[in-house]
Unconditional design. Structure first.
Length: 302
């Protein structure tokens, strides 16, 4: 009798130790593999082996928590049931050829902290459902083909610290709902097709260190409220249609290391401006026809 009980306990322990991820999560992974031509990836998956042995897949407590598949020659669209991977905390698909729109089901990623799909071929507008990523800290979608406006729902990402959307085709104005993202440290939206004025609500973002709006169609005068961002280290406004005098209290931004104002229509004695910033490393006020790429000091920050 004791031997039978011991055998049963050992059997249960074995089942617990080698338990698999849920069928729903595995089905989502398989659908992703098939829709993106997994057999052609640089590091492919052996679907007959346990999920925890698949390249780039991290499984913790029988839940898929991370997908790390950068530089893997992934080509194709994300399936709608990709959102069934509800326990993901990190997605890193940097430098692939993923195309199509982001599925609405991404709103299921309540635990997601990092979403990096930069350097792909993602198109269409950002879905309103992106506001459902309530744990998101880093959103990196730069160097894609995203278009349309930033949805107002982005203001629901209360934990967001890094918003990196540069080099896309995004239009419209910066939504005023950004004021809700008080943990934001960086906004990088250069080289898009944004327009409109810089909203005065930018002053709500007291933790902001980097604001890069280079190469868009922003216009108007800078709001005086920008001077409330006393922690700002980089302000990149070149290649827009800003005009008028700078705020009189601009020197309050004493931590500025980078100030790029060229190719706008600002007025005043801009040449003397550099001396007001003791930490300045990169300063540009020149208006020319030359356009280039601004590299920010914090571009590699996670």
């Amino acid at each position: 009798m004791k031997t039978a009980k011991l055998s049963l306990l050992l059997c249960l322990a074995s089942l617990f130790t080698f338990a698999n991820v849920s069928p729903k999560e595995k089905a989502a992974l398989v659908a992703f593999y098939k829709s993106t031509h997994g057999e052609s990836w640089t590091n492919t998956w052996q679907l007959d082996k346990p999920v925890e042995e698949w390249f780039g897949v991290v499984v913790e407590n029988d839940k898929v928590t991370q997908l790390n598949l950068s530089f893997n020659k992934i080509k194709g669209e994300l399936p709608e049931n990709f959102g069934d991977l509800i326990h993901l905390t990190q997605i890193n698909f940097f430098r692939n050829q993923i195309s199509g729109k982001l599925p609405n089901s991404i709103s299921n990623f309540k635990a997601l902290v990092t979403l990096n799909m930069a350097f792909n071929e993602i198109s269409g507008a950002l879905p309103d459902s992106i506001g459902g990523l309530e744990s998101l800290v880093t959103l990196q979608l730069f160097m894609n083909r995203i278009e349309g406006k930033i949805p107002v729902s982005i203001g629901q990402l209360k934990n967001l610290e890094h918003l990196e959307l540069y080099n896309n085709n995004i239009t419209g104005e910066l939504p005023t709902s950004l004021k809700n993202l008080t943990k934001l440290k960086s906004i990088l939206v250069s080289s898009n097709k944004f327009s409109g004025k810089l909203p005065s609500e930018i002053s709500y973002l007291k933790n902001l260190k980097v604001l890069s709006l280079f190469d868009n169609n922003f216009f108007g005068t800078l709001p005086n409220s920008i001077c409330d961002l006393t922690g700002l280290e980089e302000l990149v406004l070149s290649n827009n249609a800003f005009y008028g005098n700078l705020p009189t209290n601009i020197a309050a931004l004493s931590k500025l290391k980078v100030l790029m104002l060229g190719n706008n229509a600002f007025k005043g004695e801009l040449v003397k401006l550099e001396a007001k910033f003791p930490n300045m490393q990169q300063f540009d006020i020149i208006n020319s026809d030359n356009q280039g790429t601004i590299v920010t000091l914090d571009e590699e920050e996670d």
